[in-house]
Every structure is written in C-alpha cells, then in structure tokens.
Design a protein around this ligand. Structure first.
Ligand SMILES: O=c1[nH]c(=O)c2[nH]c(=O)[nH]c2[nH]1
Length: 307
C-alpha cells in the first residue's frame, strides 16, 4: 500500500522554566510551561531515518532555559517571539515554529503584621502564593450527640525564593544530593484542621472567619520561617494555626517538596547565578505530620490521599 507523509511537527513539550529576578531583597518570579513545536523539511527523517535536518528536541529544551538567562522573561509573548524567531531563522530546514506557553501567576504573601518581626524585616519579599489554585474542604460528622468538623484546603501552592537551606543530613553510599545553603522551597499545601467544637451546647466557631485566619497563618508561617528543612517549616505552619486559633486543636499537613533544580548553563557559556530553574513535577519528597495542641488526642486520619 503506497503511503505518503502528511502534516508533521516535533519539539519538546512542557519545559517548566522558573526565572527568579533578584532586585536586592525583592524577588520577582516568572513561571512558565513552554512547549516547542517545529515543522519544515522533515520528510527524510520520516521516510529514511536521516536526521540531517533534525534539530534535537533536547536542544529545543536547552534553548528555552538558555534564553531565560540570555533574554530574561519579560512576558510570555516576548519570550515566545524570541524562541520562534530563533528556530526559524537559525535553522534552514525549519520553516515554522509554534511556541505554546502557559504562565502561572504568583502573588506576594502579605506578612506585614506583628509576626514579621521574627525575621527582622518589615515585609517578606521572597514569598509567593500561586494564584487561583486552592480548594477548600470540609468534613462534618455527627453521631446524634457529638460533632466533628474537619476543615482544610488543598492545592495552595507557595514558594520562597530564598531563606531555605538543607544540609547536615545522613549520607550513605547511595547519597548524591548536594548540600544546599540557598535553595528554592516550594510546596503545594494540603492541610486539614479539626475544631474542638463537638456539642450543640458549645458556642459555634465563625467558620468563614476561622478558615480565612487559618489560611493566613499557614501562609505567614511559611513565608516567615527561615527553613532548614521542609519538616521544620511544616511544624511552624501547624503550630502557628494552633497557637493563633483557640478553636482548632489539631492540624495535619501533607507537603510535597516541589523541587526546583538549577539548570546547568555552563555548556552554553552562560553563568546561572541562582536565576534559572527546572521545576520538576515528579518524583517529589512528601513531608507529612500532625501538629497537636498539647494534651489532645489525634483524630485526623494519617493518610489523607482521598480526603
Ligand atoms: O526539606 C527537605 N527535607 C528532606 O527530608 C529532604 N530530603 C531531600 O532529599 N531533600 C529534602 N528537603
């Protein structure tokens, strides 16, 4: 059966690039998911396997990271224009480049209240919360006598672009991780907290206010903790809620460590001064713990995967 090749395109999809611009203490984030798709004189690679016209998809990925350093990321559009122009004008066989970009928006975590004195600054300028993500959850149980209310949130994504270290850990023959003295700390907060309201006789908490306050304390503790591990940050987040909200007795947190790896730009003659990161989606560290008011029995299930 004779066949012919129809429309075709190729490239590297979903390059997760995070660019931190450090303006003194004030940091700015650009977080993109960039997909490159190229087409042109590509008949031969399909018909005979000759790669003579093929710029590797791996190279298109490297170009995304290198351009983040060389041009910066002013806007998704401008970044895409640089990339598309580069592929079409530098490679004769490539006639068309399509760059698709998703941009994830981050806003600063507000910390300008009494707690910021703990870190000796008026305002934290390196802590961000990703917009438009989180889901509020609630579980209400009643056995005719006692109530149990467990409220929570999931998919609240936060990042500190500095004030995070990780070193001094156990090293065995399989350990390759380099100690980090200034790393990005990012996580997607999954939290549940249990109220000590159990009886119709007791005064009801203000659920709306309590949720907003618990969320605020989680965010502020994340932003204001100088972190030596995500475990330490987790404990600070849980404790902050317990210490600030008398209606809450137990907080359970599940925090994936959303790793950001510095991209090696040396092969392209570029120096990466803690600016351009690869945001890996898996595997991820998963740090989980319950923080309790002293004297209280834990009741939130340990495994929250389906909650
Ligand atoms: O905050 C961290 N805690 C860990 O337990 C851990 N393990 C690891 O490889 N990186 C990290 N980071």
């Amino acid at each position: 059966m004779p066949t012919i090749l129809g429309q075709n395109q190729y490239g590297k999809a979903e390059n997760r690039v995070v660019k931190i611009t450090r303006d003194g203490d004030t940091h700015h984030i650009k977080d993109l998911n960039v997909s490159v798709s190229l087409s042109g004189d590509m008949d031969e690679v399909h018909y005979s396997g000759s790669n003579a016209n093929v710029l590797p998809t791996d190279t298109t990925k490297n170009t995304v990271y290198a351009f983040a350093k060389e041009y910066g990321i002013e806007s998704a559009e401008q970044f895409g224009i640089h990339l598309a122009r580069h592929f079409v004008t530098s490679q004769e066989p490539i006639h068309r480049a399509r760059i698709r970009i998703e941009e994830y928006a981050w806003e600063r975590i507000e910390t300008s209240d009494a707690n910021s004195k703990f870190i000796g600054a008026d305002e934290v300028k390196h802590s961000f919360v990703r917009q438009g993500q989180e889901v509020r959850t609630a579980q209400i149980t009643f056995d005719g006598e006692n109530w149990e209310v467990v409220t929570g949130l999931k998919d609240l994504t936060v990042m500190n672009s500095t004030n995070s270290e990780f070193w001094g850990y156990v090293k065995d023959r399989y350990t390759t991780l380099q100690e980090a003295y200034d790393r990005i700390l990012a996580t997607q907060v999954h939290a549940r907290w249990r109220y000590n309201w159990t009886s119709d006789e007791d005064r009801l908490p203000n659920w709306e206010k309590s949720y907003a306050q618990a969320r605020k304390h989680l965010l502020q503790a994340f932003a204001e903790t100088y972190s030596l591990s995500l475990q330490q940050t987790l404990y600070q987040m849980g404790s902050r809620v317990i210490n600030s909200r008398s209606e809450v007795d137990e907080v359970r947190l599940s925090l994936p460590n959303k790793h950001h790896f510095l991209v090696d730009l040396e092969p392209f003659g570029l120096k990466n001064e803690n600016e351009v990161y690869f945001a890996a989606d898996r595997p991820y560290g998963l740090i989980e713990a319950t923080v309790l008011r002293d004297g209280v029995e834990p009741r939130i299930p340990v495994d929250m995967t389906n909650l």
